[in-house]
Design a protein around this ligand. Structure first.
Ligand code: ATP
Ligand code: MG
Length: 414
């Protein structure tokens, strides 16, 4: 035998319960976002590298260290998407959707790829759900998209210990003032900053607030906050978002350190965090990105949205969703298999999950039914076929009765 191959480091197979948890997250998110009027989009999992290089900014961790980029056989630079907001904005522009029917509310779910050090809750192929409101500058949009995220957590029963940490990055003028204050602070501690943050100090000092380096974090702890630097308009905007969230019942905690890792944010920035996942405590994160669609070559299209790691949400689910329990049809020998197959077709036609045990004597086939955790068995021997009946065995109660096939189908669909 050949040496068995392993999955690539940082990738996982979703099988059995893991798949069901994953699926439960997506289904809950689909239901909730549909209530809010989001439509689901699927964009390609690889894009022109410029889609991400332009949007995420050249000082982001994602662009500097984490992208899976390669030249394809035609010589084009391609990147496996590390996130999907840029792809959605690119799609809005490429499909000519920037002028009509705004705002557009978009939901997506799918795989993302980042070259990171794999650990619990951090993978190289991971999955996100996400929601974006494209073409809305109003605080109602921020509040609605955040509330949709919260309602997904409610639907999944995982709000316990989760809180929305929220901040504002203000408008351009607030950020310019704030940047100057940060430069002053970090320059005074320049020597103690990590090499990465010394580079950020030149290119994008706000980014330092997001650093995971221990030494940086100590210097960040004493850094000025944005609030005193906000213009009155930016402060009013932030208050508006907080007021709406209060009405919508989303518990919030202001955290002036939330800046988000990506360059394209302004005004609202937020993370839903939990203390139940150790270091990987951010389950959902996003903000307002008023300049991104323009970066993609579209007109000014203020937008706001978030993305959430499906793996992290799935880990928070208390009970694993139950696997569906089928009905097992059991021909006791080969002769009744034809009649058994017709019965299987009728059951599935009636919307009942059904399995047929393929081989062996009655005992072997019953064992198979138990392995499948079937709720009932329909046993068909030659005499049953001759009489037009089946034996219906309730596999939980252990009771058995003989009845016409059509009656059994009716009974099992009740
Ligand atoms: P982190 O600080 O944990 O690296 P991030 O700021 O890079 O997160 P975002 O780009 O905001 O994360 O992605 C949104 C969400 O996607 C995160 O809050 C997290 O739940 C999830 N996520 C991000 N990267 C990974 C990964 N490598 N593996 C699993 N989930 C991830
Ligand atoms: Mg990251």
């Amino acid at each position: 035998m050949a040496t068995p191959l392993q999955p690539v480091r940082g990738t996982r197979d979703l099988i059995g319960e893991e798949f069901r948890r994953h699926h439960a997250v997506i289904e809950a998110a689909r239901r909730v976002t549909a209530l809010y009027g989001f439509e689901e989009w699927a964009t390609p999992i690889f894009e022109d590298t410029r889609v991400f290089a332009r949007s995420l900014g050249d000082t982001s961790d994602v662009v500097t260290k984490e992208m899976y980029s390669f030249e394809d056989r035609g010589g084009d630079s391609i990147t496996l998407r590390p996130e999907n907001t840029a792809g959605v904005c690119r799609a809005l522009v490429s499909n000519g959707l920037t002028q009509s029917n705004l705002p557009r509310k978009v939901f997506y779910a799918g795989p993302m790829f980042r070259y990171e050090r794999p650990q619990k809750g951090r993978y190289r192929q991971f999955h996100q759900i996400g929601a974006e409101v494209l073409g809305a500058a109003e605080t109602l949009a921020d509040a609605e998209v955040i509330a949709a995220g919260w309602d997904i957590l409610v639907a999944l029963g995982i709000t316990d210990g989760v809180v929305l940490e929220i901040n504002t990055l203000g408008d351009a003028e607030s950020r310019d003032r704030y940047r100057a204050a940060l430069v002053e602070h970090f320059t005074a501690h320049r020597e103690a900053l990590s090499h990465d943050s010394q580079v950020r100090l030149e290119k994008n000092p706000l980014r330092i607030l997001d650093s995971k380096d221990e030494g940086d974090r100590r210097i960040v702890a004493t850094a000025p906050t944005i609030e005193p630097h906000l213009t009155p308009a930016a402060a009013t905007f932030f208050d508006g978002v907080l007021r709406h969230l209060d009405v919508l019942g989303v518990p919030t905690r202001k955290n002036p350190r939330i800046v988000r890792g990506l360059d394209y944010y302004s005004h609202t920035a937020f993370e839903f965090v939990t203390d139940r996942l150790g270091a990987q405590g951010t389950v959902m994160a996003g903000g307002r990105y008023d300049g991104l669609v323009e970066e993609m070559g579209g007109p000014p299209t203020p937008s706001v949205g978030w993305a959430a790691g499906i793996e992290r949400l799935a880990m928070l689910l208390a009970a694993s969703p139950a696997a569906p329990r089928p009905v097992a049809v059991i021909p006791v020998a080969e002769a009744p298999e034809t009649a058994a197959l017709a019965l299987v077709k009728a059951l599935r036609g009636a919307g009942i999950a059904t399995e047929i045990a393929y081989k062996g004597n009655l005992k072997r086939r019953m064992e198979r039914a138990n392995k499948l955790h079937a709720r009932a068995a329909l046993i068909l021997g030659e005499s049953e076929v001759a009489e037009g009946v089946v034996q219906l065995r309730d596999l939980d109660a252990g009771t058995q009765e003989s009845l016409p096939a059509a009656e059994a189908v009716r009974r099992l669909s009740a």
